[in-house]
Design a protein around this ligand. Structure first.
Ligand code: DAU
Length: 357
């Protein structure tokens, strides 16, 4: 029998990658909105994770943190045990997988960590989850995926959930691999899973390797921003709060075996977006530096979220203007967090990036 919303909202959720940008927003929303839900956060604390993002949950009797990697079965077992202890029952009621290697440029240096986390890691979670489904404990598995699995989308089409997968980078191929494994479990074992695909996120706490936080950070430092190629690539930006709310809606009200798209209904080319950021930072066009394009760079992503709106009752709340203002102000107010994350690993990655270009 499919899980009910009430049953899920009173359950214990294993959230993987909960110290990441999107997973942490989801944890904060779940902890604030659902007073009966218990939350276990399994995170390997790799370079882009930051426990500061979930500081407000520390000390809560409804929250546990487990350090571990989803590609290691023993770590996943430890998280399952933590769920059993926290729930006083058999294990997690829901498993929501945010854990991923997510930066396209890094996947072009080496795809191995991407396959480990985004493909192998999903298989490990599915195998562990299946045992709990068979015991009648795990009621829902949600795989957080990306619009990049659709690849380049030509105007005026917007990708719908039934479109074919057509990936371009090692990152998107590894995410597609994870998704296909989930769909294989749905088909072969009637595994109660949902897949969500989202467009480009932005907002507070974003790791400053992605375009918006990187550009904000560099402008605040008085440095130029590196625009790839001609800057005419288009992306569809969604505020991270809207994305996390969409995942919550899919988890609580979605149907097993379905895929749901989420986008911000904000399609804009990189150059126009850069100009908005320049204006927020009160910098002129001389702060743009055109650099060599990303290999295999997808020109356009665009999603159609009509299914999620219709079937889950979900809607985007943020406009780009309000969201960029809020995000810019957040980074100005959290300079100390930026200083903390600009560690050795970050510096050496960027050195490598610029040496290649
Ligand atoms: O579409 C969803 C995807 O969005 C997620 O699945 C990925 O995990 C996430 O990284 C993001 O992928 P993108 O490659 O679109 O995001 P990124 O912020 O790296 O780049 C956004 C656009 O800006 C893209 O066209 C490349 C361009 N860009 C990016 C960087 C970092 C630049 O022009 N200069 C830059 O320095």
């Amino acid at each position: 029998m499919a899980a009910t919303e009430q049953e899920l909202a009173r359950g214990t959720w294993l959230v993987t990658g909960g110290c990441g940008f999107i997973g942490s927003e989801f944890l904060r929303q779940a902890h604030r909105a659902l007073p009966d839900v218990r939350l276990v956060n399994l995170d390997s604390l790799s370079y882009a994770a930051s426990p500061d993002r979930v500081a407000e949950l520390e000390g809560s009797p409804r929250y546990r943190f487990v350090k571990g990697d989803i590609s290691r079965p023993a770590d996943v077992d430890a998280a399952m045990t933590a769920c059993a202890q926290l729930s006083g029952a058999g294990g997690p009621t829901a498993l929501i997988n945010f854990a991923a290697e997510s930066h396209v440029d890094r996947s072009l240096f080496t795809g191995m960590p991407f396959v480990m986390a985004n493909t192998l890691g999903v298989q490990v979670l599915l195998e562990a989850g299946r045992k709990f489904v068979e015991k009648g404990v795990l009621k829902r598995f949600l795989q957080v995926s990306t619009d990049e699995v659709y690849g380049d989308v030509h105007e005026p089409h917007r990708s719908v959930e039934t479109d074919p997968i057509h990936t371009s980078s090692p990152y998107s191929a590894s995410k597609a691999g994870g998704e296909l494994l989930v769909q294989a479990f749905v088909r072969s074992f009637k595994f109660p899973a949902i897949v969500t695909r989202c467009s480009n996120n932005y907002g507070p706490w974003h790791w400053p390797e992605k375009m918006i936080p990187l550009f904000i950070m560099r402008l605040l430092q008085g440095k130029k921003v590196p625009v790839y190629g001609d800057g005419m690539q288009k992306r569809d930006w969604i505020h991270v709060e809207d994305h996390a709310a969409g995942i919550m809606a899919a988890l609580l009200r979605g149907q097993d075996g379905e895929i749901y798209n989420f986008d911000g209904e904000i399609e804009i080319d990189n150059l126009s977006l850069t100009r908005k950021l320049l204006s927020l930072a009160q910098r002129d066009e001389s702060f743009i530096e055109y650099v060599k394009d990303r290999p295999g760079h997808d020109r356009r992503y665009a999603l159609d979220s009509a299914k999620a709106q219709r079937e889950l009752g979900w809607r985007q709340k943020w406009t780009l203007e309000a969201g960029l203002r809020q995000t810019f102000d957040w980074f100005v107010a959290h300079k100390s967090w930026l200083d903390k994350v600009l560690n050795e690993e970050y510096q050496s990655y960027y050195k490598q990036q610029y040496e290649v270009r």
